[in-house]
Design a protein around this ligand. Sequence first.
Ligand code: GLN
Length: 487
Amino acid sequence: MTISGSTATELLARLESGESSSVEVTRTFLNAIDRQDETIGAFLFVNSDAALEQARAVDEKRAAGKSVGSLGGLPVAVKDVLCMRDTPTTCGSKILDGFRPPYDSTVVERLRAADAVIIGKTNMDEFAMGSSTENSAYKVTRNPWNTDHTPGGSSGGSAACVAAGMAPLSIGTDTGGSIRQPAAFCGVVGMKPTYGRVSRYGLIAYASSLDQAGPLANDVTGAAALLQAIAGHDARDSTSVNRPVPDYLCGLDQPLEGLKIGIAKEHFVAGLDPEVESTIREALGVYKSLGAEVIDVTLPHSKYAVATYYLIAASEASSNLARYDGVHYGHRAESFTNMVDMYCTTRSEGFGEEVKRRIMLGVFALSEGYSDQYYVKALQVRRLIRQDFDRAFADVDVILAPVAPTPAFKIGELVNDPLAMYLTDIYTISGNLAGIPCLSIPAGFSDAKLPIGMQLYGPAFSEDRLLRAARMFERVAGLSTLSSRLS
Ligand code: GLN
């Protein structure tokens, strides 16, 4: 197997045995970026020199017999929503053009501590608002399986670079599905951890009560290893939870005995593509053959999830994005008449259409006299959605569901119809509203040869169980990744 077609685990073994150096591995991925990224458009910034320098430092550490971190010399790509010291961090927006943060986000800090080599910053929908990466102010990312199609979003760059063998691992963020849906569209594994499991310090806020960073990888073990490196309490994020992080790798290969899988009828409704439905049903068959028990559960408030999410996310976004005033960060209008005009012109020039739409929706939902009917009401429904899950998890260990209603849609297909785009988030946003962990794993292909993912939901802090359940499937029915086919 070539370097860029290998899994993170295989690469780590090569690095540890001395078969390859981190410089060699990093160079291979940098070359893959050179060759392919003009077509795919996964990266906004390639960190070539600094990455090679970091790789060299890890090689030296290893050669000197010093202890090396758990990601010892493996390249990792990071979504451009995470601050990285002295490195361009745009969040896919013109308003942050030229911004180089003076500090590292906790996720980046932990990656460095684990001796990961940060290879670049990946493209995304502006401020993570979108489901196709077409809302980036810089470029469109293409799906490596078929470049007429989107890679999903908003972490489309992070999913596409792993799928195409331009990085073995990447970090995405998920506010309403932005790790899981691109993972499904690109045929890779992606996990949104429990809210509070991974620190949001230095993660540029979209909707603070929903945002969570997580791993993307070409297999479950890679995702587990990356989550291990970034999870854990951080005093700098008040919503980060102080609870021990289990060893996600230990026992990963042991199938779960007597696994109870929930199936919710609300997840199999009109609009679900028959190919997606049959893939999920076949996956269920695989689990049954492994001894799992399938139990019907109900999530009656799911039908309100899209409306609830878009009220909460837009409201929080309108507040979070108030800070881009042309004074503190990035872009400032060149000509203006007074201070208020400077704010208005800067924001009119700096934000894209979708971001402006969300700010307007959010400001309205929070406005005096309306906030009880909109924002507060949405918070109440959010609680009901969480209670549905709590009830379901009294009877089952995990819930198996689709990730998205269809395989990857075409570039340009939905971008001019925001409501249709919002509706594609129907199967992912409940996980964010409930704050629970959820994971997407490749489960099949459509007739048009596009990947189809399946989703596993679990109770809060059950990441270890979700990973084991996913690995159980992968061991017997796992699909080969695009990068391994290309090599
Ligand atoms: N598609 C959803 C949105 O546009 C989710 C995005 C995300 O998870 N960042 O808000």
